[in-house]
Design a protein around this ligand. Structure first.
Ligand SMILES: [Zn+2]
Length: 428
């Protein structure tokens, strides 16, 4: 394997909480502690850029097996590489659902080492919400978290059991907050734009009632609880309460809930490009989610990358599937929101895509020290770019962020010492 020396850039390491202008050497897949290099190495000039370890998207849907016309592990890995993502948390709602140890192993095999993968196993068999999946066996096979994402785990007794088991296993329960009765039939947020367009809405409470319920269950039964794609102020209040109690409850924000509101429905009209679950919320909710990310109440920024084919998204609004393709806009979005706009330091701005997701799954990562896996992303923070879905490597080209200017461009991505993206080209 080639040896590299990255030179001229700034190491931005949220794991060590260190920013340093220094060369970084990589050999045999790992970071080499600084020493006069004797072995031949390739010099990689990265003037003006940052090098960031272990950028992670905790919430993606790669659709493989079963719906590979939407995405498969090849296109998903290529999209991750172009997006500067070196680790992905993959949701289990494939066809069939990842609800067995064999299915977990299959996800790891499909990733093929070209991206680091944290398989998320289903909480319930078939994600039907009735009986527990074989959690311990799936953990032994490599599952790093459990979720029925795509729908909520609604049965409170099963949720209590999952949290009790989480206390022993150390693996988090990731909840998709959506009360299926309150939200039934809703395709957008129940607000003024929905009324004007005559579209059935989901109230904010269909999310927050489950957030309040689940933090109460976490207080009673213990365990680690992670609230996926928080999008309304009530959910943030439930999370804040849990934090105040010292509970290991965490929460996540998505790019689209931070950058768009339900007023975008009026702009896009019938186009299901805005259709996503949870739905785009009113501007006040959007601002609350952004503020919670800035304050550190929300410690994870994840794309909820949910690709669909263009034909599927072209269906009438009510019939079209929920989902936005987001893995290739993750880094631009987080730097735009937290570094450019909120003026956080690079370390703080990148924490929700590095340290935050690692804390959720309880994975220790050393940062850029000798022997650490060389999972690196080179970012030009000063480059702004325009989102153009036609250039996505993902098969899903659906995003309402098309045309938006984002700050911070991915220059190169390396997984385990191998470039997966470099000079505008995907190498996997
Ligand atoms: Zn979800």
């Amino acid at each position: 394997m080639t040896a590299y020396r990255f030179t001229g850039g700034l190491m931005v390491d949220p794991f060590l909480n260190v920013m340093e202008r220094t060369d970084l050497q990589v050999r045999d897949g790992v970071v080499v502690s600084r020493q006069p290099g004797t072995a031949p190495e390739e010099i990689v000039r990265i003037d003006g850029c940052w090098v960031v370890p272990r950028i992670t998207d905790l919430h993606v849907h790669f659709r493989d097996p079963g719906q590979t016309w939407k995405e498969d592990w090849v296109s998903g890995v290529r999209a991750a590489a172009a997006g500067g993502v070196t680790t992905v948390g993959v949701m289990p709602n494939t066809v069939p659902v990842v609800d067995s140890p064999a299915a977990v192993s299959d996800q790891i095999a499909r990733a093929g080492g070209r991206v680091r993968v944290w398989p998320i196993g289903a909480l319930s068999r078939g994600s039907r919400g009735r009986e527990a999946a074989p959690w311990a066996a799936m953990q032994a096979a490599g599952a790093r978290a459990f979720s029925d994402d795509g729908r909520a785990l609604y049965d409170p007794a099963l949720m209590a059991a999952a949290l009790s088991w989480s206390r022993h296993s150390g693996l988090p329960v990731i909840q998709h907050l959506e009360d299926p009765i309150l939200a039934a039939g809703g395709v957008v947020h129940a607000g003024e734009p929905a009324r004007r367009l005559g579209l059935p809405g989901q109230p904010a409470a269909s999310e927050s009632v489950l957030a309040f319920r689940d933090v109460a269950l976490a207080a009673e039964y213990g365990g680690r609880l992670h609230l996926a794609h928080c999008s309304v102020p009530g959910t943030l209040q439930a999370l804040g309460w849990a934090r105040g109690q010292g509970l290991p409850v965490t929460g996540e924000a998505t790019p689209h809930h931070c950058l768009a509101s339900d007023e975008w429905l009026l702009r896009f009209g019938d186009d299901a490009v805005t259709k996503v679950n949870p739905p785009l919320r009113p501007q006040a909710a959007q601002e609350a989610v952004r503020a919670a990310l800035v304050s550190g109440l929300l410690t994870v920024f994840a794309s909820d990358h949910a690709p669909h084919s263009a034909a599927e998204k072209a269906a009438p609004y009510v019939a079209a599937p929920f989902g936005i393709s987001g893995i290739e806009t993750l880094i631009g979005a987080v730097l735009t929101l937290l570094w450019r706009d909120a003026r956080l330091s690079p370390l703080k701005a990148l924490a929700p895509v590095t340290v935050g997701p690692h804390q959720v799954v309880g994975e220790a990562f050393s940062g850029l020290v000798g022997g650490a896996p060389a999972d690196l992303t080179v970012i030009d923070p000063n480059a702004a770019w325009t989102v153009d879905p036609a250039r996505f490597y993902s098969q899903g080209r659906n995003t309402p962020l098309a045309g938006l200017r984002l700050q911070g461009r991915v220059v190169a991505t390396m997984v385990g010492g191998r470039f997966t993206f470099r000079d505008g080209e995907v190498l996997v």
